[in-house]
Ligand binder design. Structure first.
Ligand code: XMP
Length: 512
């Protein structure tokens, strides 16, 4: 693999994704890893990420020159670039010229390999206080900027290179090409990490792990569990059984999507448990958001455990498939060793004491790779490009008690909003658009010749990278107007549509 050493930048995962876009497999490792540990992974190259420290600060994370002496190709970015320079005898100084944001980079000399034939002056994203003022002995300077006397250097003999700017961000339009040239041309790595190879590798791994055993997979209707299940199905065929719990809090069409579209695409064994009544009984009279979430989680586990017992009576289901993704693995500290299940990774929060061995075929993948794998496996677009939907479903989008009537009302309003957003081609522009029913609020309206006294629904369109922060999406007025007109005309009990214009923070995406 290519190892991306994380010096505390929020960019390390992004760098790893960019490397994979160049069809080279990459992993993120903490900067505390010793040289021996890094070399033990037999790295094809090492990329030193940016970070908040200054090379000269007491206790600042360092780079061991032994890495370069071992002959591993090394690429430095921002802080990593300065580390590389100073470790190899170059000079890093606080020149007083800081650069933050969009900056003009000038290509010098013939541009070397990295900057060859790029526009002589082009924009790149910078974020630095210190600068490299002298490149290491033997390295050629191929880029400079007003604030960075050395903005890029390379030594193709020793296979080391780096840039002061951030090639991994979209604001550096030639950044991806520069990274690609380092990987393919300076480090000499063959691009082999393709969707087809991912599928092939994972299928072989699953087959080896499960042997002639049986596996069970909880489907949530979301992308991750669907792709994980499809991969396992490819590996072990009908020794996989999927369990889908219909808790009655699903949106219009979701059960069909799983029962018909997913099964048609994969031929998987599917057990649907109709637990609608059970959830409705458990939620009767409950209005507190946290209590709703707890009840839904608890009932989900009970239903799943029952399904598991029923299945185990038929055969030995020793494996449980989970759709854990690589960012979760990195964030929970690792990659190595046994998996540490965080409650939000589990479909509906399955308890840890379920006696299963975990199969996690997406543990190495980023979300965009998961989607491509899904398409490669023949899953329909409606599943692969589905927007996030919370496990507790519509239950936390009815503010007030959850009842079957209110669910029907919200389901109709939500279906209209989704239809119109799709028709307007907005699906890829928004992260998701919860529709929320304010079931305990009423307002006066007029429709036809009569007075109405109905409920409002809230549209909550948001744009986000990762759901940790979000902004409200500026939807075109015509789209908002169509959604509003249709909902108030077509959904009985709803006489007002309002728009949530709060970012996150301070608001969360969901209302409960
Ligand atoms: P909030 O409301 O915290 O939501 O801003 C962030 C993202 O997480 C989704 N969400 C959930 N997903 N189980 C899930 O699987 C949950 O209990 C849950 N609660 C919120 C939400 O839709 C948004 O994408």
């Amino acid at each position: 693999p290519v190892l991306v050493v994380d010096f505390g930048a929020q960019y390390a995962q992004l760098i790893a994704r960019r490397v994979r876009e160049a069809q080279v497999y990459s992993e993120v490792v903490p900067h505390t890893a010793a040289v021996d540990e890094l070399l033990a992974k037999n790295p094809a190259a090492i990329i030193l990420s940016g970070g908040p420290s200054s090379v000269y600060e007491e206790g600042a994370p360092a780079m061991d020159p032994a890495l370069v002496e071992a002959g591993v190709p090394v690429f430095g970015i921002c802080y990593g670039f300065q580390l590389l320079a100073s470790a190899l005898g170059g000079t890093v100084e606080a020149t007083g010229a800081r650069e933050y944001g969009r900056t003009e980079v000038k290509v010098t000399g013939d541009g070397g390999v990295l900057h060859d034939e790029l526009p002589t002056r082009h924009p790149a994203w910078m974020s630095h206080g210190d600068s490299v003022t002298k490149a290491p002995e033997g390295a050629v300077v191929t880029a400079t900027s007003d604030g960075a006397p050395v903005a890029g250097f390379e030594d193709t003999g020793r296979r080391i290179a780096g840039v002061q700017y951030h090639p991994e961000v979209g604001h550096s339009p030639h950044g991806q090409e520069v990274l690609r040239r380092f990987l393919h041309e300076i480090a000499g790595i063959r691009p082999q990490w393709t969707t087809a190879s991912i599928v092939e590798d994972q299928v072989a791994k699953i087959a080896a792990q499960v042997g002639d055993g049986r596996a069970i997979c909880g489907l949530s209707g979301g992308v991750d569990s669907a792709v994980a299940a499809a991969l396992v199905q490819r590996a072990i065929g009908d020794r996989l059984t999927c369990v889908f719990v219909d808790h009655g809090l699903l949106r219009a069409g979701e059960r069909t999507q799983v029962e018909r579209d997913f099964v048609a695409a994969t031929g998987v064994n599917l057990v649907t448990v109709d637990a609608r009544e059970r959830f409705m009984d458990a939620l009767a009279g409950v209005t507190d958001p946290e209590q709703k979430r707890k009840i839904i989680g608890r009932e989900f586990i009970r239903v799943f455990e029952q399904a598991e017992r029923d299945l185990k009576a038929e055969g030995d289901y020793r494996f449980l498939v989970q759709g854990t993704l690589y960012p979760d693995v990195v964030e929970s500290g690792g990659g190595a060793g046994t998996s540490n299940i965080k409650s939000h990774h589990n479909v509906g929060g399955l308890p840890e004491d379920l006696a299963f061995e975990l199969v996690e075929p997406l543990r190495l993948l980023f979300k965009d790779e998961v989607r491509r794998v899904g398409l490669e496996l023949g899953l329909p677009e409606t599943i692969v490009h589905r927007q996030p939907f919370p496990g507790p479903g519509l239950g936390i989008r009815i503010i007030g008690e959850v009842t079957p009537e209110r669910l029907a009302t919200l389901r109709s309003a939500d279906a209209i909003a989704r239809e119109e957003l799709t028709a307007a081609g907005m699906d890829r522009d928004i992260w998701q658009c919860p529709v929320v029913l304010l079931a305990d609020v009423r307002s006066v309206g007029v429709q036809g010749d009569g007075r109405t006294y109905g409920h409002p629904v809230v549209l909550r369109p948001v744009s986000s990278e990762d759901a940790m922060t979000a902004d409200w999406t500026r939807l075109p007025y015509e789209v908002l107007e169509r959604i509003s007109t249709r909902i108030t005309n077509e959904v009985a009990d709803v006489n007002r549509v309002v728009l949530d214009v709060t970012s996150k923070p301070p608001g969360t995406i969901e209302w409960e």
